[in-house]
Write a protein that binds this ligand. Structure first.
Ligand SMILES: Cc1cc2nc3c(=O)[nH]c(=O)nc-3n(C[C@H](O)[C@H](O)[C@H](O)COP(=O)(O)OP(=O)(O)OC[C@H]3O[C@@H](n4cnc5c(N)ncnc54)[C@H](O)[C@@H]3O)c2cc1C
Length: 653
């Protein structure tokens, strides 16, 4: 790594030249830096807008899941079969699925070696359990904070290797020439003025581990410190894939936490109020014939957590739609554990067989929802108490929240994007399709970072040159961004960039989340386009708030690309699937009392559904390509042949 300076306007900018810059300090970013070092590439720089920010370190769930090949018992499993499971999630490339299956064991055991306490039995078998969309029992967990522990052990491993780390560096632009990535423009979020405001990275490779574009949505289960940075990657010409595919589900707003598992199985009351908390209504009761029918659906939400449009008619996902409807009518929705739903006018024995058996076996057919939760899962009660919410005394505000983006930046089987030298790993990369087994996201982050590191160490080892063309590139890219910063600093009367950010996220949650209506999406695109074009004159910031100006810029680009992808999806006559309901006047209403926008038809009924949507963004407009997924490769791997080519190039081709 070399450091020097570069003149811009009338001040000097810090310039760092390095082989590979890894952006992001989540489980995927640390994993990438660690792998790269092990693969022999020592010229690495890690940077992050905030070392302790991001999803991996700050999120969790009842039992946060990691997915890998079966490693116990006599239940048969194979790499190919696991690849097929991933592939069956729809719109998944089979070569990527095969890599994620094949390397799941290596990546899992590395985490074990580094100190993640995944449980094994007395014979050393890593026993698993069945998660959603999993035909076997491939899932494992260390409890609510699996990804946090992963991040911590990977960070320790990186620290031991003394890999340089720049904190408080927000990437604000990706530099490229016509063929390759050339570097990054960063905002030093600790800056005191223009003399130390920017930092330029000149590099041969970027591993982009910036996580999901969480900031796009206000109703969010992501930790508040996660924003994402996919917008500026699209701006640099990196393609998007399966951008329409998200997971949305019920989560509490303060703190942000999925209300899955026991939180639903103990059958809380759902109430809505006006904005001031008055005029409470137990709104679910109007939509079910009996309290028992309603509560059986609530119970199922425990393990059918993400909104799944296939379960929207008469099944558990109707609950999500009803919560969504209340909120879009301007009401607030709360879970109340203090008293029983329907004034206690239900009999446990009359719940569905599944719900009754479960509650009966757990000894939970008694008392209030709070008492049942204490009996079934005391840590679940304590979690909220530690975060300032006493479920014995108060209600818990919820919404249908964005939780994970299955799509993202398009990558090949080495997790390289179509921009040579620019690799995307972790949630920033879109390797999943419509459905994915729970835990597959954490596995994909580990596998992708290994694949990118292998490729870089094999083929992209040169030191970059900050030559005159690079300097010209910096001048050209930085000029408009610097103007934007300077005008935000002088626009004293304009709204703050952070308030504009929040408003844009609220608009997105209201118009283009789990319920997608072409007219609402189109008007959202128009609003986002106007905001982008007037950005330089419409926001204000102090020096310490400039990070919001660039965050807002990234997020608006990102919203623009995602919204255009949603609109293209509906206008290409695709129907509802996964966690999104697209309004369709030809379809069915989930309930006769719901408004027409809830009418939908299922994509599953249409065999042309298994097509991947690729998005190319250029100057505000998107182009779309639809293609069939690559099949899972089935090569005739005769050992002697694999060995020969491995000796030549380690089969990194
Ligand atoms: C509530 C919840 C529960 C989940 N449960 C599961 C589960 O059970 N199993 C599973 O597999 N997955 C689960 N996930 C998903 C999984 O946790 C994430 O996909 C994963 O942790 C993402 O890791 P990452 O390293 O890619 O990104 P993150 O951990 O989000 O890290 C991104 C990093 O990039 C940095 N960054 C972002 N933008 C910039 C920028 N412009 N400049 C510099 N740095 C930047 C951030 O500060 C952060 O350090 C869950 C997610 C949520 C929200």
């Amino acid at each position: 790594m070399k450091e020097s300076c570069l003149k811009f306007s009338d001040f000097q900018i810090r310039l760092i030249s390095v082989n590979t810059a890894v952006v992001g300090s989540g489980a995927a970013g640390y994993s990438a830096a660690d792998h790269l070092y092990r693969q022999g590439q020592r010229d690495i720089l890690m940077l992050s807008e905030a070392r302790t920010a991001g999803t991996s370190r700050n999120t969790g769930s009842d039992k946060q899941t990691y997915y890998k090949l079966t490693l116990s018992g006599h239940s048969p499993d194979s790499v190919f079969e696991m690849a097929e499971t991933l592939f069956e999630g729809q719109c998944v490339d089979g070569d990527l699925a095969l890599c994620e299956a094949a390397l799941s064991v290596q990546c899992f055991f590395r985490l074990v070696e580094l100190g993640v306490p995944f449980p094994c039995n007395r014979y050393g078998e890593y026993v698993g359990y069945k998660t959603d969309h999993d035909p076997r029992q491939r899932a494992t967990s260390i409890g609510p904070y699996t990804s946090r522990k992963m991040t911590e052990v990977l960070e320790n491993s990186v620290k031991e290797k003394q890999i340089p780390f720049l904190d408080h560096m927000q990437v604000v632009a990706v530099l490229r020439d016509s063929d390759n990535v050339r570097g990054l423009l960063c905002l030093n979020t600790d800056s005191t003025g223009q003399q130390d405001r920017y930092c330029v990275i000149c590099c041969r490779n970027v591993i982009y581990a910036t996580g999901g574009p969480a900031g796009m949505y206000a109703d969010s289960a992501y930790p508040p410190s996660q924003f994402g940075a996919s917008g500026i990657a699209f701006e640099a010409g990196v393609h998007g894939r399966n951008l329409t595919e998200w997971q949305y589900g019920m989560a509490s707003l303060r703190p942000r936490w999925n209300v899955s598992g026991s939180y639903m199985q103990v059958l809380p009351r759902f109430i809505s109020t006006d904005q001031d908390g008055n005029h409470p209504s137990e709104f679910l009761t109007d939509f079910f014939a009996t309290p028992e029918e309603m509560l059986s659906a609530v119970f199922l939400k425990g393990y059918q957590w993400p909104f799944d449009v296939r379960k929207a008619i008469g099944e558990s996902s109707l609950i999500d739609l009803l919560v969504y409807r209340e909120r879009s009518a301007g009401r607030r929705v709360f879970l109340d554990y203090r008293s029983n739903p329907a004034d206690g006018r239900f009999r446990f024995e009359d719940l569905s067989e599944e719900a009754f058996q479960y509650l009966n076996k757990s000894g939970c057919c008694f008392g209030t929802p709070y008492e049942r939760l204490c009996h079934m899962n005391m840590p679940a009660v304590e979690f909220y108490r530690e975060h300032g919410v006493d479920l014995a005394r108060e209600t818990l505000e919820i919404a249908i929240c964005a939780q994970h983006n299955n799509g993202g930046l398009a990558v090949d089987a080495w997790w390289q994007t179509d921009l040579p030298g620019f690799f995307a790993v972790g949630e920033a990369a879109g390797t999943h399709g419509v459905y994915r087994p729970g835990g597959a996201a954490l596995n994909a982050g580990q596998v992708g970072s290994l694949r990118a590191a292998q490729y870089i160490a094999a083929y992209r080892t040169e030191m970059p040159e900050p030559d005159t063309t690079f300097e010209a590139l910096v001048q050209k890219s930085l000029r408009p961004l610097h103007c934007l910063a300077e005008s935000a600093l002088t626009n004293k009367d304009a709204p703050s960039a952070s308030s504009r950010y929040h408003e844009a996220a609220v608009r997105m949650s209201a118009s283009a989340a789990a319920l997608r209506n072409p007219e609402a999406i189109a008007s959202c695109i128009k609003a986002v386009g106007e905001e982008l074009s007037t950005l330089p004159v419409s926001v204000s910031a102090e020096e310490s708030g400039l990070l919001w100006v660039f965050r807002l810029r990234d997020m608006l680009i990102c919203q623009n690309v995602y919204l255009q992808a949603y609109l293209n999806y509906c206008s290409s006559d695709h129907r509802s699937r996964g966690s999104a309901l697209y309004s369709d006047p030809r379809g069915n209403l989930p309930h006769p009392a719901l408004p027409e926008t809830f009418r939908f038809s299922l994509e599953d009924e249409d065999p042309s559904g298994n097509l991947i949507q690729e998005t190319v963004y250029c100057d505000g407009e998107c182009r779309f390509v639809w293609r069939t997924p690559h099949p899972v490769p089935e090569e005739d791997d005769f050992f002697e042949n694999v060995w020969r080519s491995y000796r030549e190039n380690r089969n990194i081709i």
